[in-house]
Every structure is written in structure tokens, then in C-alpha cells.
Design a protein around this ligand. Structure first.
Ligand code: AMP
Ligand code: FES
Ligand code: ZN
Ligand code: ZN
Length: 317
């Protein structure tokens, strides 16, 4: 296996690009894919203050590393979810990385700052842990970014994540989620701009990047995500990709080019009116936002405010 660029010994092959790369040219490939996403989707201006949401996993640590190596001003945010050893180890990985790069990492502990952790929140709200976790993380990321004056939040969602989400949204014809499944969500209604610069890179490439760059990350999956439908979709999609490399890329980028606008236009016509959450002021379609309701159920179930039946957060990703 020879490097596509220099014909030296390759360390990785990427079948959907029909290419293999040596260590040096693989780093160049990864950087160029991120630069291409940033440019194509208008993700960043050179001086933007970026908050990278880091989980301690390969994708978000690699993303932070890439943004720093491209000379962006990027700090990290780790959210302590209270999922036992898994949370302790992942926090440690994020901290070790930050120290090694002399980068600033904000750490917010859900229990200390918001009064509940994910296992407890999921039980109290009678919701699946991943739903509770996703809602909490999105809210906390936005609140921390606003508080500390960051212009952009960057997350480590990669091509495999986006394809699995798209697949699930199509299977269930979740029109609302389809209308918002884009690599950039602009600043609006009190939400800080959100970007996913790794959308052109797959899971395997991100793991290889970390290993080759000497980035130590948490390999274990979250113990609460067992049986999660997203994981099943990824397995099914991997089988299809193995048989026809490039299918995932075509599915996702084909959707962005030819499908997304239809869903966005429809969503614009039927968008419910936005109000301010009576508790925290965040934009919501009900009286009280989904996060405040979850937090009330988890910390003070006796005093849960009844929201309108259609209440939901305006933005999910
Ligand atoms: P997940 O929702 O676990 O698929 O993670 C998607 C992205 O959310 C990651 O790539 C990170 O950017 C971010 N993220 C996940 N967990 C955390 C966490 N505990 N703290 C901060 N950001 C996180
Ligand atoms: Fe959120 Fe596991 S990381 S439920
Ligand atoms: Zn090479
Ligand atoms: Zn609220």
C-alpha cells in the first residue's frame, strides 16, 4: 500500500477516496478536509473565538487538535455528566490533552451547576438516558458559550454520526429534524452558532488521527448508550459502506445538495411561534423550555410546571 502523494509506505487506506496515505500526508488530508468544510459551509472567520465541546473521545479531541494546529482560537468545554467511572476517565483525557497543548479547558459539572446528573435526570424525567443527555448538553454548551463570550460552538460529529442521524430521521420521517440537519446552525434566537467541521471525515479516520498524533482518548462507549438505535444504524450502514465504499458520503452530501432545502422551506412555513421560557428566557415553543422542565423534574418534581403539549426546544443540534 503506497501513499497517493509521495508513493512512500502508507499507514492508512481510505476506500471511499480510493486512496492511501503515509503519516505526513494523512495529516495533510485530514486538515484539508476540515479546511474544505470550514470554507464550503462558511463555518469560521479567522478571529472567531471558538468553544470546542470535548467529550474525551477521539472525535472532539482530534477536532480541538486540528483547530489549534490551523491557528484558530479554540478553548474546550467538558461537561461532567455524572456517569460513574466513564465520566471520570473521559474528563481525565480531556484535561491531559488540554495540559499537553497549553490550551484552556472549561469544566462544568451537571450535578454541581444544575442540581442533577444524567442517570438521575433520566429516571426522574422517565426519558431515555441519551435523550436526557443530549438535551442537557445542548443547553449547557449554549449557556456556557453565551456566558463566556464565544462566537461559535464546535462539536466533533463526524460523517458516520451525521449519516446515522440522517438515516434515523428519514426512517421516521422526522421532518423537523431533517430541516435542521446541516453542518452549520447560525446564531439566532439566543442560540450561539454551531458547527461540525468533521463532517467530511469518518470514525476510522478520526481514530487513526488520534493514534498517529499520540492523543490519548477514551475508547469505551458510554455505558448508558447500550442498545441505542444510533449504534444499530451505524452497524447497518457500515455493512452497506463495506460493499459500496462512498455510499455514506453520497447519502449525506446528496441530502445537503438536493434534499435539505425542501425540508427547510416546509419547516419555515409551518414553524410555530417562539416565546421566551418563563424560567430561563431561552427561546422555546412552550411556556417553559424543555431543559427547565427536565431540570424541574430531576430536582423538584413536586413543583413541575406544566408546559403546553407541543413544547420542544427550537434547535436540537
Ligand atoms: P455524542 O452526543 O456523545 O454523540 O457527542 C457528540 C459531540 O458532542 C462530541 O463530539 C462532542 O463535541 C460533544 N460532547 C459529547 N459529550 C460531551 C461532554 N461530556 N462534554 C462536552 N461536549 C461533549
Ligand atoms: Fe450521553 Fe451516554 S454520553 S447518555
Ligand atoms: Zn506520503
Ligand atoms: Zn428554560
Amino acid at each position: 500500500m503506497k501513499c497517493r502523494v509521495c508513493r512512500g509506505q502508507a499507514v492508512i487506506d481510505i476506500r471511499r477516496h480510493n486512496a492511501a496515505f503515509c503519516r505526513e500526508h494523512f495529516f495533510e488530508h485530514v486538515q484539508s478536509q476540515v479546511k474544505r468544510s470550514i470554507k464550503t459551509f462558511g463555518m469560521l472567520a479567522p478571529d472567531d473565538k471558538i468553544l470546542v465541546a470535548v467529550s474525551g473521545g477521539k472525535d472532539s479531541l482530534a477536532l480541538w487538535d486540528i483547530l489549534l494546529s490551523l491557528d484558530y482560537k479554540a478553548d474546550g468545554l467538558y461537561i461532567g455528566l455524572g456517569i460513574g467511572e466513564y465520566s471520570n476517565f473521559s474528563q481525565e483525557k480531556a484535561e491531559v490533552f488540554a495540559t499537553s497543548r497549553g490550551a484552556h479547558l472549561h469544566v462544568v459539572n451537571m450535578k454541581d451547576s444544575y442540581g442533577y446528573d444524567i442517570p438521575q435526570g433520566a429516571v426522574s424525567a422517565r426519558r431515555a438516558p441519551c435523550g436526557t443527555c443530549g438535551l442537557s448538553k445542548r443547553y449547557v454548551m449554549n449557556q456556557q458559550a453565551c456566558k463566556a463570550g464565544y462566537e461559535v460552538i464546535a462539536t466533533g460529529h463526524n460523517l458516520d454520526d451525521e449519516v446515522a442521524t440522517l438515516f434515523g430521521n428519514v426512517l421516521h420521517w422526522n421532518l423537523d429534524a431533517l430541516s435542521r440537519q446541516r453542518p452549520v446552525l447560525p446564531t439566532e434566537h439566543g442560540f450561539v452558532k454551531k458547527i461540525k467541521p468533521l463532517v467530511r471525515l469518518g470514525e476510522r479516520e478520526m481514530a487513526a488521527y488520534c493514534v498517529l498524533r499520540g492523543i490519548d482518548y477514551i475508547v469505551e462507549e458510554c455505558p448508558m448508550s447500550e442498545g441505542n438505535t444510533g449504534i444499530r444504524y451505524k452497524e447497518a450502514l457500515n455493512e452497506i459502506e463495506n460493499a459500496s465504499p462512498g455510499t455514506k458520503h453520497q447519502f449525506f452530501f446528496g441530502f445537503l445538495d438536493r434534499g435539505l432545502d425542501h425540508f427547510s422551506e416546509q419547516a419555515g412555513v409551518s414553524a410555530p411561534e417562539l416565546k421566551s421560557c418563563s424560567n430561563c428566557g431561552a427561546s422555546t415553543t412552550g411556556e417553559i423550555c424543555a431543559f427547565c422542565r427536565l431540570r424541574q423534574m430531576a430536582t423538584d418534581p413536586e413543583r413541575v410546571t406544566v408546559g403546553s403539549p407541543s413544547f420542544r426546544p427550537r434547535r436540537r443540534h
